[in-house]
Design a binder for this molecule. Structure first.
Ligand SMILES: [Cu+2]
Length: 165
């Protein structure tokens, strides 16, 4: 037993000095740092940065369209990726559809209401049942915790008319 000890120590020292150990230690540190940053971000409602040039837009329907319900709405995003809610990855977010211009608080996660629809599964389209008449539609991207980015990424607000059937 005692004879084996120096050998054991030698291999333990080699392991400690090895890059494999250094890699896993920095991975643990990175994970801890990310967890702490995520917690702070959540508690302080810190919006995630949006990269320059990122853009969110409505592909369908077009502004001024006169449609028969239900309304097929297609979301567009460039310069960023779509990720499900809860997934904290830089330069990603999920779509929110604002119906008939609700007031938005950019300093907090977006609530889920009849006028603020979340697409936390990472969806890029939906089918809306809207009553006949004029309606305003606008997209806003939210980060993993449903908060608009800084700067906020919003599409143009479009107006459509839903025909009565
Ligand atoms: Cu959301």
């Amino acid at each position: 037993m005692m004879k084996a000890l120096p050998l054991l120590l030698a291999s333990a020292t080699a392991l400690l000095a090895g890059t494999a150990h250094a890699d896993s230690w920095s991975q643990i540190k990175d994970a801890a740092k990310q967890q702490a940053a995520q917690k702070a971000e959540e508690e302080l409602n810190l919006p995630q940065a949006a990269p320059a040039g990122a853009r969110v837009y409505l592909i369908e329907p077009k502004d001024g369209a006169v449609v028969t319900g239900p309304v097929h709405v297609v979301f567009g995003l460039s310069g960023m990726g779509v990720a499900p809610a809860g997934v904290n990855q830089p330069n990603t977010g999920h779509h929110h559809l604002l119906i008939d211009a609700p007031t938005i608080d950019f300093a907090a996660p977006l609530p889920a209401t009849d006028q603020i629809k979340h697409f936390g599964g990472g969806q890029t389209e939906t089918v809306l049942s809207l009553p006949p008449g004029q309606h305003k539609l606008q997209l806003v991207l939210g980060d993993w915790k449903h908060q608009p980015n800084n700067p906020a990424l919003m599409s143009e607000q479009i107006t459509i008319t839903v025909k009565s059937q």
